[in-house]
Design a protein around this ligand. Sequence first.
Ligand code: SF4
Length: 214
Amino acid sequence: MTLNLTEIFTSVQGESTFAGLPTVFVRLAACNLRCVWCDTPYSFGRGDPKPLAEIIQHIENQGVGHVCITGGEPLLQENVHHLMTALCDKNLAVSLETGGSLAINDVDPRVSIILDIKCPGSGMSSKNDWANMNRIKKNDEVKFVIADENDYLYAKDIVRKYNLLSKCRAVLFSPVFNEMDAKKLTEWILRDKLGVRLNLQLHKFIWDPATKGV
Ligand code: SF4
């Protein structure tokens, strides 16, 4: 049993409520979307097939308690479910970053899903699987990447329409790096008294923003 891998590395998690936590990242290959501001286009290729057993052994060797399965779009590969369940069985904390266009109902309930909802500025908002709004759980998080005010208003409407703040652990508003002014986004959140969490990408402040594998 294999998974097509773009990269595997250990760093600190830059986003979500796991931000700052030492984490093993498993970046799976290929994506069905093409967000205009995507910062990991190098994950669009086919990647290298790696046996699951080898991936799990590598993760265990790191001695780190949190694993983030990311991409690309990890849910394109059926075997990702075997990996996530195996890692949960080893009592590791597992999170899954998914682009929000595919159903999340087969994901092991022990996994914390970080579910993107694509805003209009991504060019991919028509791909959102809205049925996922009824599948998110208390240990999941919903993330909006915001490029401009139009995206902010869109995200605000979705948060209210689907009552997201009561459904999951956190709703994350993340400014597009070098495009959306984080200060402006913060002002909007405070003005509108939204209970969402500002989500900055820590790794882009620690390392050069173009650095891979961090
Ligand atoms: S879903 Fe993620 S990996 Fe795919 S294009 Fe969008 S930002 Fe990039």
